[in-house]
Every structure is written in structure tokens, then in C-alpha cells.
Design a protein around this ligand. Structure first.
Ligand SMILES: Cc1cc2nc3c(=O)[nH]c(=O)nc-3n(C[C@H](O)[C@H](O)[C@H](O)COP(=O)(O)OP(=O)(O)OC[C@H]3O[C@@H](n4cnc5c(N)ncnc54)[C@H](O)[C@@H]3O)c2cc1C
Length: 460
């Protein structure tokens, strides 16, 4: 189809007001939060599930690439339309309905995680997975990336909360996978196939998600250390002592400095910090905070702050959520990794990364979800090209290799997109399971025989 005909046909399906094709609009849709390459040929903004199905029927008939999009906060290029095609912006579909007695929330794909969480809080509940980008991350994006967040230490990732989803398939069929109940057995687990599929199988229009009751009270503990190893060891010690933290985060000294500056906090200079939350009945919180504080001091912390004041807790939470933004403000180019290692290898991972920093003479700041072994070493560059960029590329691979060597993985929650296809192949090859990519291609052909869904992503 000529581009003008493509636009005219889509205007006929969705109405002119829901189709964008000016150069300015297309340019904006050529990026995610980390990178950009190509512009889509046209952007559509469906208003409901039937609109989405009609777009997929048309695209499949004409074998046109389709890229579903939430708010474009992917960090791996997953939403960048590298083969052009139709960009399906899902953010007009944002209905949310909490069903307290069923212990769940139904949300359309374009609602943000914060909107879902806020709606649950009106009923005394919350939605546990909390990607640092929750203000913009949509339900469709978070399901498609199987996103995690700071509360992952206790609550895992989106897949642990996903009960069912309505999906539009190439060809225009709308189908539900899973069941809006806490337990269910039946077909193969198609729902899990879609969770983490990065838009390569179909478009999620609605999800049914479990919710959890709000804790009565939270205590936050923030401990500062003079060396990285002690901080990483403290993470083990918290677990060993039988505490079950709600979140357990790690920040190295340079991250701390940047966050301190960016959010005007009054944090001390330190080589590392550990932030942990604990929940429980109000009367128990001071005791728990005190006990954890003693454990951290014995592990080498030179200062431990504790608080049960929701305002203080929120301020620190927002600052930790803002780590990536604080770094991008300071450096023109950053490359964020998303490695995960077995919990017992965290200290070794952190130590190796520090050695790599010296070997490659590049700044790496490291923060992340220490409670689940997932850290984000972030390579900071002054420019996007030249010798420094070449060194950074090698370092990017060597950090990922470190994770694989320690029995971990190259991605925990940000996904593969295009940025980590090479890393994924390296991991699969080292683990002797490269042919899982071939199984993925076979599965994709079942749902998407013409290969229109987000082509070029996830190594497909
Ligand atoms: C500052 C910052 C902090 C972040 N912190 C975290 C974090 O703590 N944890 C974490 O896991 N991630 C994090 N991310 C990454 C990102 O925000 C998440 O992956 C997020 O869930 C993506 O949501 P989105 O709506 O922006 O999706 P998009 O970026 O628009 O899309 C992501 C992928 O999902 C697909 N997709 C989108 N909607 C649909 C749909 N309805 N149906 C099918 N496929 C769809 C897209 O095609 C693409 O492949 C962070 C990003 C930034 C910029």
C-alpha cells in the first residue's frame, strides 16, 4: 500500500481524529526512553478493543508491521518501530475497575500502573509491582515486559499478579487467556506466553490483576556503608535473620551523590547504601526497625536512619525511583544494564563490576533491587560515539558475561527489545539452549503467521 492509501484506510476504520501522520508526530513515536532509530509510517489511537481488533485485521491482511505502544518508557528499544509500520498507541484505553470481593482489578491496557495503584488505594488495597517508571508505565507495557520494581523482593514481577488478559490477535480475533480467579487449570499457560512477549504475539487490550491489602504500617531503614562489600553482605544478613523485607534496595556511592544532588536530600557521603522496608502492625514497627538497624550496624553500617513517617518514607522512595533520571541529567549518554544473579553471588557481582570500572576507565554507577539479585550497573558516557563508545560496548558485554558466569541472566525485568538481542543469544549459547529461539519462532508463527507483530524484537 502507498502511505497515503494506508492512512486513508486507517482513517476509514478508526476516524480521522484517531490517526496521526504528521512528521512531528511520527518523529516523537520513533523513540523509547533510551533510544530511537526509525519512525512509524502512521500512528493510530484505538478507543476500545474492537478498534484494536479491526486494526490488526487490516494490518494482517496487508502484511504491515504493527508495534503496540504504551507510553514508550522501554529501556531496550522494544517499542521502537525498526521496520516502520503502524504504531498502535494504547493510551486512550484506560478504564479501571476494582473488584474488592474478588481481590482483583480489571484495567485497560493504556491505564498507567500508578493510576491502577491509586484506584486500588481508595479501597484499602494496592498493586504491588512498582516499576520506577510507574507514573508512565502502562498496564499493557508492564504485562508485555513482565516488569518488576522495588517491591519485587517480596512481591515478584507482574506475572505473579496477572490472572487473565484479553488479547487482540493478528487477523482481528479477540480472545481471553487465563481466568479472573485466584486458581485455574485448563489449557497450556498461554497467558504466560503473552506476559513478557514484548508485543511480538498480539495486543493486550485488558488485564485482570490481583491486588493486596495495604500494610498497616511501614518502617523504612536506610543504612550507609564505608565499603561496597559490607553493604552487599548486609543484604544477606537481613534475610539470614529471618526478616522478610517489602523492598530491599542497593545504591553505590556515586548513585547516592547524584540522587542527593538531584533531590536536595541531606544524605552523607558513603561508598554504598541499603534501603529496606518492613511492614506489620503499627505497634510492632519501632521494634522491627530497631532490630534491623542493629543487624545493619553489626554488618558495618556507619549510620542507620529509620522512619515510620509516611512523608519521609515517600520522599526517599521517590528519590530511589529517580536514580535513572538523576544519572541521565548528569551524563549525555547512559547505558543501563539489568542483570540478575543468584542471591548468594551479589557480592561477587558488585566487586567484579567495580574492577571492570577500572579496567575500562569508564564511570559505572550501580543501583538496584538487591533483594531479588537484580542490579542495574549503568555505564555513563560523555559522548555517543568514538573510542569511548567502543569501550562502553565491550564493557556492556563484559558486565552481562559476568552475570552469566555467576549463574544469572542478562535481563531481569527490562526485557530484550533490540538492545539486548546479542546478550540474549550469548546467554542462551553459553547455557546450551540456543534453540529456544527456534521454539519461540514456532510459537510466534501460531499466533502471528505473517510475522507482523513488532518484528525484529526479542531476537525474532
Ligand atoms: C526512568 C525509568 C525507570 C524504569 N524502571 C523500571 C523498573 O523499575 N522496573 C521495570 O521492570 N522496568 C522499568 N523501566 C522500563 C519500563 O518503564 C517498563 O518496561 C514499562 O513497563 C514499560 O511500559 P510502557 O507503557 O512505557 O511500555 P512501552 O515502552 O510503550 O512498550 C514496552 C513493550 O511492550 C509492548 N507493549 C506495550 N503495550 C502493549 C500492549 N497493550 N499489548 C502488547 N504489547 C504492548 C511494546 O510493543 C514494547 O515491546 C523503567 C524505565 C524508565 C524510563
Amino acid at each position: 500500500l502507498e502511505r497515503s492509501e494506508l492512512v486513508a484506510r486507517l482513517c476509514g476504520i478508526l476516524g480521522e481524529e484517531n490517526v496521526l501522520n504528521s512528521e512531528e508526530d511520527l518523529y516523537v513515536y520513533g523513540f523509547d526512553a533510551a533510544q530511537g532509530w526509525e519512525m512509524p509510517w502512521v500512528v493510530v489511537r484505538p478507543k476500545n478493543n474492537l478498534d484494536v481488533a479491526r486494526v490488526l485485521e487490516f494490518a494482517d491482511e496487508n502484511v504491515i508491521p504493527v508495534v503496540p505502544r504504551g507510553n514508550g518508557s522501554s529501556l531496550t528499544g522494544a517499542v521502537v518501530p525498526i521496520r516502520g509500520g503502524i504504531m498502535v498507541d494504547m493510551t486512550s484505553m484506560r478504564g479501571i475497575e476494582v473488584k474488592v470481593d474478588d481481590g482483583l482489578v480489571e484495567a485497560e491496557a493504556g491505564a498507567t500502573i500508578d493510576e491502577v495503584d491509586k484506584e486500588c488505594r481508595r479501597y484499602g488495597f494496592f498493586f504491588p509491582p512498582d516499576p520506577a517508571s510507574s507514573e508512565v508505565a502502562t498496564v499493557g507495557g508492564a504485562v508485555s515486559e513482565d516488569s518488576g520494581g522495588m517491591r519485587g523482593a517480596r512481591y515478584g514481577t507482574v506475572k505473579d499478579w496477572l490472572l487473565a488478559a484479553e488479547v487482540a490477535l493478528p487477523g482481528g480475533k479477540l480472545i481471553w487467556f487465563g481466568s479472573p480467579t485466584y486458581k485455574w487449570r485448563g489449557t497450556y499457560d498461554f497467558l504466560s506466553l503473552f506476559c513478557g512477549s514484548e508485543g511480538t504475539l498480539g495486543i493486550i487490550t485488558k488485564a485482570v490483576l490481583k491486588i493486596a491489602p495495604l500494610p498497616e504500617r511501614i518502617a523504612r531503614v536506610l543504612a550507609f556503608f564505608g565499603d561496597l562489600e559490607s553493604a552487599a553482605m548486609a543484604v544477606y544478613e537481613i534475610r539470614r535473620r529471618g526478616f522478610n523485607p517489602l523492598l530491599l534496595e542497593f545504591l553505590d556511592g556515586d548513585t547516592l551523590t547524584m540522587v542527593n544532588e538531584a533531590y536536595s536530600l541531606d544524605l552523607p557521603d558513603a561508598e554504598a547504601a541499603v534501603m529496606a522496608d518492613f511492614d506489620g502492625p503499627a505497634e510492632a514497627m519501632d521494634r522491627i526497625a530497631g532490630e534491623v538497624s542493629n543487624v545493619l550496624k553489626r554488618s558495618g553500617a556507619f549510620r542507620v536512619d529509620t522512619s515510620t513517617d509516611p512523608e519521609v518514607i515517600e520522599r526517599l522512595y521517590a528519590a530511589r525511583k529517580g536514580c535513572y533520571s538523576a544519572v541521565t541529567r548528569r551524563y549525555p549518554k547512559v547505558i543501563i544494564e539489568d542483570i540478575v544473579v543468584p542471591l548468594s553471588k551479589l557480592v561477587e557481582a558488585v566487586k567484579t563490576i567495580r574492577k571492570l570500572k577500572e579496567k575500562y576507565r569508564l564511570q559505572i554507577i550501580t543501583f538496584g533491587h538487591a533483594g531479588d539479585g537484580n542490579i542495574h550497573p549503568t555505564i555513563c558516557l560523555d559522548s555517543d560515539n568514538g573510542e569511548e563508545a567502543e569501550r562502553a560496548e565491550k564493557l556492556f558485554y563484559e558486565i552481562a558475561e559476568t552475570a552469566i558466569r555467576l549463574g544469572g541472566s542478562v535481563s531481569a525485568e527490562h526485557g530484550i527489545g533490540v538492545q539486548k538481542v546479542g546478550l540474549l543469544k550469548m546467554e542462551l549459547a553459553r547455557k546450551g539452549c540456543l534453540e529456544s529461539l527456534e521454539y519461540m519462532r514456532m510459537v510466534k508463527r501460531i499466533f502471528d503467521p505473517n510475522g507482523i507483530m513488532n518484528p525484529g524484537k526479542l531476537g525474532l
